[in-house]
Design a protein around this ligand. Structure first.
Ligand SMILES: Nc1ncnc2c1ncn2[C@@H]1O[C@H](COP(=O)(O)OP(=O)(O)OP(=O)(O)O)[C@@H](O)[C@H]1O
Length: 404
């Protein structure tokens, strides 16, 4: 759809395709006015395409490491101590040799192949033999041409020890609103949920073709004959949290949710270096997180257009609230937006935040670090000040307010 941004609108909830067209410099669109806000950043795909997200997080870690930043410290096995939150991932076919080396070192591990730019579980498959990837490589060779180049895939280490509830695998769908990347300001929604598989998880090598066991996407699970349309295979974060506190204890549960906040903030910081922080833009991302049975969270993917369709009555209420709460933050009081004072007036008061909590506000984080703390941190190796409003480093020592 082509849209003339000069039309009479102030707030646009657009598809990613429309946004691409609006920000495409070769299109003949007039510039957006100061009174127009839109729901995607121009190059959001730096975070929301699977391959680019991984590339940017890897670059972010490398840069911190080069700066001698303590955040990029590694353990004795060479893994990042604090920033090891994405499964080992390679681009295919570009990184084929690197992947092959890794595969040979640990030939019993299962890997998951995913087309970089698709969604809803489409085109995903699991492999645990080198012959399977060779076959994929051979089959693809006949297809690509200059006009239709080969689709990029990512291949990631499969998290084969997911935390199970009732014997089933699940992941978390969390909503994160970003109103600015530079400085970074982001909000976390309290009403996320767990999305469960319909079939019990059996970590057997024979079962790698049954995607009802392995993929938690609702769009996929809906096709299963075991799909329950009353609860839709979803469980609220509050209930999940209660369950985890009951089974694993409060301390470990708090730490898990702190680590999830940590992952979100650092993935956004990684993207902030390359995303155009256009002041007309805000974006609500759908974060997909898998928790393993050691209660370690892993970032699987960030979606630019998380589904707003509802599968159950509760879902409909939650999504209604989500849209309402986003609107209250980005268009406070229903006033005409003005990007010169973008979302600045009231966007942190509880009435405006609704079910959102400010997760990270770079402006505030920097201001609230007093000189002494800052100098001490610098002296300890130039650590980037990533400090919550309470003065505590995010995710490491105190439960962030977003989950209370
Ligand atoms: N490394 C992994 N380890 C274990 N499970 C994974 C891994 N990567 C993906 N999955 C499973 O596969 C599902 C689909 O993966 P992913 O979200 O990356 O693809 P998608 O098709 O883009 O889905 P979406 O519709 O959420 O955009 C995840 O929800 C998760 O259940």
């Amino acid at each position: 759809m082509t849209v003339n941004p000069d039309e009479d609108w102030n707030f646009y909830w657009a598809s990613v395709t429309t946004v691409r067209s609006i920000f495409n410099p070769s299109n003949d669109h007039p510039r957006l006015t100061d009174n127009q806000v839109i729901n995607h950043f121009p190059n959001h795909y730096e975070l929301t395409r699977k391959d680019l997200m991984v590339k940017n997080i890897k670059r972010y870690r490398r840069e911190l490491e080069k700066d001698g930043n303590l955040l990029a410290e590694k353990d004795d096995y060479g893994s990042y101590k604090y920033l090891d939150f994405i499964p080992v991932t390679y681009m295919m076919p570009a990184d084929y040799n690197l992947f092959a080396d890794d595969f040979r070192r640990d030939p019993n591990h299962t890997w998951i192949m995913k087309p970089a730019g698709r969604a809803q579980g489409k085109g995903i498959f699991l492999i645990n033999k080198m012959s399977q990837i060779k076959k994929w490589s051979r089959d693809g060779k006949s297809v690509p041409s200059a006009a239709q180049p080969r689709e990029t895939y990512v291949i990631s280490k499969y998290i084969d020890n997911p935390l199970l509830i009732g014997g089933k695998k699940f992941d978390l769908r969390l909503y994160v609103l970003v109103t600015s990347f530079k400085p970074l300001k982001c909000y976390l929604y309290r009403l996320g949920f767990g999305r469960f598989c319909t079939v019990k998880y059996i970590p057997s090598t024979n079962d790698i073709d049954n995607m009802f066991v392995h993929l938690t996407n609702v769009s996929y699970q809906k096709q299963s004959e075991d799909y329950n349309s009353i609860h839709g295979g979803k469980w609220s974060i509050d209930n999940l949290r209660l369950y985890l506190e009951g089974t694993r204890g409060k301390k470990l549960t708090d730490r898990l949710f702190d680590e999830i906040s940590w992952i979100i903030v650092h993935s956004l910081r990684a993207a902030a270096a390359v995303i155009t922080s256009d002041r007309h833009c805000f974006e609500c991302y759908g974060y997909d997180i898998i928790i393993d049975d050691n209660l370690k969270p892993w970032l699987i993917e960030v979606n630019a257009s998380p589904s707003l369709t509802s599968t159950t009555a509760n879902d409909r209420i939650m999504k209604f609230k989500l849209i309402n709460d986003i609107l209250n933050i980005v268009v406070p009081n229903g006033d005409i937006p003005d990007i010169r004072t973008k979302f600045s007036n009231s966007s942190s008061s509880p009435e405006v935040l609704g079910n959102f909590d400010v997760l990270y506000d770079e402006d505030q984080a920097l201001c609230e670090l007093n000189d002494k703390d800052f100098r001490e941190q610098k002296a300890r190796g130039g650590i980037v000040p990533l400090i919550s409003k309470t003065g505590m480093p995010f995710g490491k020592t105190k439960q962030s307010s977003a989950w209370r």
